[in-house]
Design a protein around this ligand. Structure first.
Ligand code: FES
Ligand SMILES: [Fe+2]
Length: 390
């Protein structure tokens, strides 16, 4: 069934009407939006194929020649850092017979197909087709190598984040990012230095992981330790974005590690910003946590309707932050997320189980604490309808 028909079947006019009510009287998406395989496929074909999707971080292709396979919307892609330092994305298939080119991160001066050894420059240009027309005969008059370079995919970066868009006609990433860049203009992302990562797998739909992330109502109940360093009392909500939504804390105050080596902070922050933390979901699949002394990217990779891979990448501020005396302070931030996200996984998986119930006809939302989760669901629906042409 075409994706647009699936969207129309699941997101009935009644469901849409109930969702687009004020938060206190709205009804959220029904369980079927998290369990239906056709709906998941429609999300891949629309949401993840027509929007800028976070595909990884600069450290995935850290130097010229590095090649890393990824999957977006179930489609095999390849990230490559060119000789010119530019990160590009290609369909990860050979122009000869379509073999997957790169199966695991590698490096080299060319992309070489393992099947018949066709090779491509790092910018995708077809270089060699060895013995294509018999031993020692590498081509024929009717074959134009220039027309058989790797198929490009749109690829742009923001700081250390890599985004791809399978829609060649999409508006530039910069248009989408402008409001968020303006919000965080005081934070120089050029100073970010990669300092570690975490990976989780969970048995839940990708949207549930995000819905959980953008509300702090559950902090006292699920995350007592986090609530002690970043109390729900100091919560702020970020609901003015068209494609982003988030929460934050006016007082993010983890205890100092011993011996005390406070992490370097972004320069030029005022007293409020030094205590502030913001956690923004940039639709569809990356959440960015911005603190005075570190930033993390929480990248969501939908694998199946009820299976999601989560990846956190941590960044600290400037070269100095990477010195050994700050290792305990860096580890503190990573360990906090390891703890908190571990706590979240159990809850999010319970949400998935709840979605399997025919009684799950849609949530009610706290108008005070969950306008963010409500807004995320509205963005999901708005984008699906727009991308489906409905
Ligand atoms: S499929 Fe790649 S060289 Fe033949
Ligand atoms: Fe949580």
């Amino acid at each position: 069934m075409p994706a647009a028909d699936v969207v129309a079947r699941i997101l009935t006019p009644e469901i849409r009407a109930r969702l687009f009510q004020p938060t206190g009287s709205a009804t959220g998406l029904p369980g079927v939006a998290y369990t239906d395989r056709d709906f998941f496929d429609a999300e891949r074909d629309l949401t993840f194929s027509r929007n800028w999707v976070c595909a990884g971080v600069a450290g995935d292709v850290p130097a010229p020649g590095h090649q890393t396979p990824i999957e977006i919307a179930g489609i095999p892609l390849l990230l490559v850092q060119g000789a010119d330092g530019v990160i590009r994305a290609f369909h990860n298939i050979c122009r000869h017979r379509g073999a997957q080119l790169v199966a695991a991160p590698t490096e080299g001066r060319a992309v070489v197909c393992p099947y018949h050894a066709w090779s491509y420059a790092l910018d995708g240009t077809l270089l060699r087709t060895p013995s294509f027309c018999g031993p020692g005969v590498h081509g024929h008059d009717g074959f134009d190598p220039a027309a058989h370079g790797l198929r490009r995919v749109r690829c742009e970066t923001w700081g250390p984040l890599i985004f791809v868009n399978l829609d060649m006609d999409a508006a530039p990433l910069g248009d989408l990012l402008a409001p968020l860049k303006a919000r965080w203009a005081g934070y120089d992302f050029g100073l970010l230095r990669a300092g570690g990562g975490l990976r989780f797998e969970l048995a839940a739909n990708w949207k549930l992981a995000i819905e959980n992330f953008v509300e702090r109502y559950h902090l006292p109940f699920v995350h007592p330790q986090l609530n002690s360093v970043s109390s729900v009392k100091h919560t702020l909500h970020i609901t003015d974005g068209e494609r982003f939504v988030g929460v934050g804390s006016r007082n993010f105050a983890p205890p100092p590690v011993t011996p005390a080596h406070p992490l370097p902070t972004f320069p030029g922050l005022d007293a409020d910003a030094l205590k502030r933390a913001e956690y923004v979901e940039l639709f569809p699949n990356v959440m960015i946590g911005v603190h005075a002394n570190h930033v993390y990217a929480f990248i969501i990779q939908p694998v199946a309707v009820d299976r999601t891979v989560e990846r956190f990448e941590f960044f600290f501020i400037g070269d100095a932050a990477m010195r050994p005396e700050f290792s305990a302070a860096r580890a503190q931030m990573i360990d906090l997320i390891a703890l908190v996200n571990g706590e979240d996984i159990d809850i999010v998986q319970r949400l998935q189980i709840g979605c399997r119930s025919p009684a799950m006809s849609g949530s009610v939302f706290s108008p005070v604490m969950e306008d963010t989760t409500h807004k995320f669901q509205k963005i999901v629906v708005e984008r699906l309808l727009a991308d489906a042409g409905l």
